[in-house]
Structure formats: structure tokens, C-alpha cells
Design a protein around this ligand. Sequence first.
Ligand SMILES: C[S@@+](CC[C@H](N)C(=O)[O-])C[C@H]1O[C@@H](n2cnc3c(N)ncnc32)[C@H](O)[C@@H]1O
Length: 246
Amino acid sequence: MLKNLFGGKAKQDAAAQPASPEQPSTDIAQPEVSLADLPAKLQTLLQEQPKFHAIYEDTELIEADCCNWAIEQQILVWISENVKPGFSTLETGCGYSSVAFAIAGAQHTVLSPIAAEHDAIQRWCAGKEIAMDKIEFLAKASQDVVHSLPQTPLDVVLVDGNHAFPTPFIDWYYTAERVKEGGRMMIDDTQIITGKILKDFLVSEEGRWVLETELGKTAIFRRVTSESVTRGFWFGMQPYCKDPVD
Ligand SMILES: C[S@@+](CC[C@H](N)C(=O)[O-])C[C@H]1O[C@@H](n2cnc3c(N)ncnc32)[C@H](O)[C@@H]1O
């Protein structure tokens, strides 16, 4: 059976998408975003709708350049408005968001396992004269490497790689301490249970994260403390965990 490890994205190009149990269709519509709101190169991206994503089984490539699981357009707008040149940023997964971080001028790390997807993004960007010299592509599953990266501070993290349990939590855990006070943690696909649990947990946290905005299926949190956000408290100190379950 062909597997796609992320699944569940709203489809920009539904007719072209392969079906599998890991790709439940959703009825979530793409919100209307005027192309005029976007920088010219992002407009070109959305007009041309290149297919950066691949079909693969584990890490074996089955077909490259065949799918588009892009994040919602309003998140591309958010990146273009909020990510400034010189920001240090990281995402799990890759695609249109990677292009948006590149256009914004971020020093950006991409963690995702399929090199063919990185090649497709780089090829398309080269053709549009979008500089990729600040983008570091690591062709690894995030859960295998995110803990071992240099602990440099980050302005923005986007969690949008593998949505199966427990990967989003691993992605969050090993990047959360790196987010600067005032920096942002973006959790995509909150219509999937893993994204929803992570969002609900972060919403419940007191004095650590504030839900800055929620755009479609993406929740964007601002870190509001310089104290640790992953250590120093037992479950009874966490609003999300303290009450017994039924
Ligand atoms: C939903 S897509 C990301 C969409 C992207 N943010 C965009 O705007 O186009 C999910 C991505 O996660 C990648 N992925 C799958 N398993 C992964 C893993 N274990 N770690 C990191 N990325 C993974 C896929 O190859 C794919 O690029």
C-alpha cells in the first residue's frame, strides 16, 4: 500500500491527489485570500501551483513532484507579514511554506525526509530567482534528528511534518526551548487529533504560551516567558493534565 506520512491536508489540487487511508479527505475550504495581498513571488507560487510533494513508502520514493499538500494561503500571508529578514526559523515538513520563509529572507532550517521534495522546491525557486542560500534542507525524519540540532534560538517554528502520534509532540518538545521569548510556535493541522491535542495543551498553559491567532487549521502561539517551557513542573502543575480523566 502506498503511504503518505502526513495525510489529512485540505487539498488545493484535489483531483490530482492519490487516495489512501492516511489521506482522509476534508471539507475544509481554502479561505479566500487576495493574491494582491502577497509579495509578487508568492503570487507567482500560488498562480503556478507547482507540485513539490511526493509519494513514498517509509523513505523510499515512489513518485516525485506529484502532489500539493501546501499549507493554507493565509499562513503564507502571515509568514510574509511577520517573518523579517534575518529571522532564525525552522519547519518540519516542507513545501510552499519553505518558499515563503525563503522569500521573507529568513535563516531557515527545513526538516523533512524526502530529498526529492527539497529538489523540487529548489528547482522552482531557482527558476524564479528566489535566493535559497539561507535555507538549510535536512533530508531526515524530524523525529530522528530534531533533538540533535544546535540549540540556537529561533524566532519562528512551524510544526507541519508527520502528523502521526507522537511526531508533532517530538517536533514541539525539541524546538520549544529554542523559541525566543516573544517568538512564535505555529501548529498546523489542528483538525487532526495530534495537532488538536498540542493546540489544546498550549492554550491551557499559563504564563508560557499565548494563542496569538488561529487561522483556519493553524494555531500560532507566542512564547511569553524566558523560563523553561518544557521542564520544572509535574503534571499537577499543568492545567491540561491536573484533573483526573473519567
Ligand atoms: C503537509 S506537508 C507540508 C506542507 C508545507 N508546509 C507546505 O506549505 O507546502 C507534510 C510534509 O511533511 C513531510 N514529512 C513526512 N514525514 C515527515 C517526518 N517524519 N519528519 C518531517 N517531515 C516529514 C512530507 O514529506 C511533507 O513534505
